[in-house]
Design a protein around this ligand. Structure first.
Ligand code: HEM
Length: 406
């Protein structure tokens, strides 16, 4: 069968990129996309090298890709969205390093273990319909779990209007971060971003006046020791956290359901061997990653195995492609919860490695345990009802996964 041509935004590639991976791994080819001034990279060694490469930046301005006139227009129309993005996700290395310094202690394994009860309580409350309903859309069911977990960890009081505003604004903000979002979507995201920043700023100010034993208070203590850190800097660090940790976790869970229900024997085996759940979380992430591409910009010409990536090229790193590279993960099409996953790039590599890795593994593990308790392996996916939003560059955005539970 001939594959439709590769394109990052095609439904074929978004929903089932595995045949494309096989082709790229066989040929060793980098996939150049001249119309996007981009190249997509799928081999394990190249993805790992480019994650944290001296000639690759996360900031388009570093490669002269930002048109100052267009940039000024965008800044005027979406000051919060553009301004915050510039100073965070695509920010300078120093800013990112400071952000990591501020947040890292809260994400150490010992701190995360303390969060286990909170995470379990949220999962059990939100996923309760799975134990009783006949038909459930898994995407809808799990979508609020990570956001509720993170807002609890940040200490946003659940019973307040701020919590309600935060939970409503955050998804609209995330939709606007997608570079392909249309102008209406970005207008809505600008409003949402302002609301989100305001809620977080109020939480930060409140903790300054009345310190607690929570995450925001600890971040403030670290920030105080770092010198000239403003409330704005702290709020931006918290926004990165929310943006990085919410959609990835929610998509991982929906994709995990898809994998488990299409591998009923492995699902049953996992039910009998709960000790395998930890490794299964990593295998689920390898098998169906929520990440479509990590994005870098080549700031110099970079040569890889005889192929030149010219300066200024947008470099799209496929984490999932790397996880399907048979030279590193033999027989990648086998879903094996006991697979040796040392060297996995599920959570990135190098200086940008995921800060929330332990929280992510805790949340997904808790959700998998809940599925093992309440989702029969006889449940079936309504394939015709599955939906994807393929125009997301960063994430494999599954938007509907209807499951007939019982
Ligand atoms: C299953 C869920 C998750 C996956 C698959 C995931 C994956 C990743 C990956 C691949 C990166 C590297 C990005 C790059 O190099 O460009 C990353 C970075 C990051 N992640 Fe996660 N992540 C998850 C959950 C979380 C959670 C729950 C949090 C925190 C609440 C979080 C916080 C972060 C932060 C702050 C960074 C940026 C680090 C930096 O730029 O220095 N992530 N994540």
């Amino acid at each position: 069968m001939t594959l439709p041509p590769f394109h990052p935004f095609s439904l074929d590639y978004t929903a089932n990129p595995k045949p494309y991976f096989a082709e790229f791994h066989r040929s060793g080819r980098l996939a150049f996309l001249p119309e996007m001034n981009a190249v997509a990279v799928h081999g394990y060694e190249a993805v790992r090298a480019f994650c944290d490469h001296p000639q690759m930046s996360r900031n388009p301005a570093d490669a002269g890709l930002v048109d100052p006139e267009q940039d000024a227009i965008r800044m005027a129309r979406w000051p919060t969205l553009e301004g915050q993005m510039r100073r965070t996700v695509a920010g300078d290395q120093q800013g990112l390093a400071r952000m990591r310094e501020m947040l890292a202690p809260d994400f150490k394994p010992a701190m995360i273990r303390k969060m286990a009860t909170t995470v379990k309580e949220v999962v059990e409350r939100i996923c309760a319909p799975l134990a009783v309903e006949r038909d459930v859309d898994m995407v809808t069911l799990v979508q609020t779990v990570p956001l509720v977990v993170i807002s609890k960890l940040l200490g946003i009081d659940e019973a307040t209007a701020d919590a309600e505003m935060f939970l409503r604004a955050a998804p609209a903000y995330f939709r606007g971060i997608n570079p392909l979002a249309d102008e209406d979507c970005r207008d809505q995201a600008e409003v949402a971003a302002n609301q989100m920043f305001a809620v977080l700023a109020r939480t930060v100010e409140q903790r300054k006046r009345d310190p607690q034993t929570d995450m925001v208070t600890q971040v403030l203590e670290i920030a105080a020791g770092m010198g000239d850190v403003t409330t704005d800097d702290v709020v931006r660090a918290l926004v990165i956290l929310v943006a990085a940790g919410t959609d990835t976790t929610r998509l991982t869970t929906s994709l995990a359901v898809k994998t488990l229900l299409t591998h009923p024997a492995e699902f049953e085996a996992l039910r009998r061997n709960r000790d395998d759940v930890k490794n299964a979380v990593m295998e689920l992430l390898r098998f169906e990653s929520p990440t479509k591409f990590l994005v870098r910009i080549a700031v110099e010409d970079v040569v890889w195995e005889g192929q030149t990536i010219p300066r200024g090229t947008i470099v799209l790193l496929s984490i999932m492609g790397a996880g399907w590279d048979p030279r590193v993960f033999p027989a990648p099409e086998r879903f094996d919860v006991q697979r040796d996953l040392k060297g996995s790039l599920n959570f990135g590599f190098g200086s940008g490695y995921c800060l929330g890795v332990h929280l992510a593994r805790l949340q997904v593990g808790t959700l998998v345990h809940y599925l093992l308790d309440h989702l029969p392996s006889t449940a079936t996916i309504d394939e015709a009802g599955m939906r994807w939003d393929s125009r997301n560059l960063f994430l494999r955005e599954i938007t509907a996964l209807p499951v007939h539970v019982r």
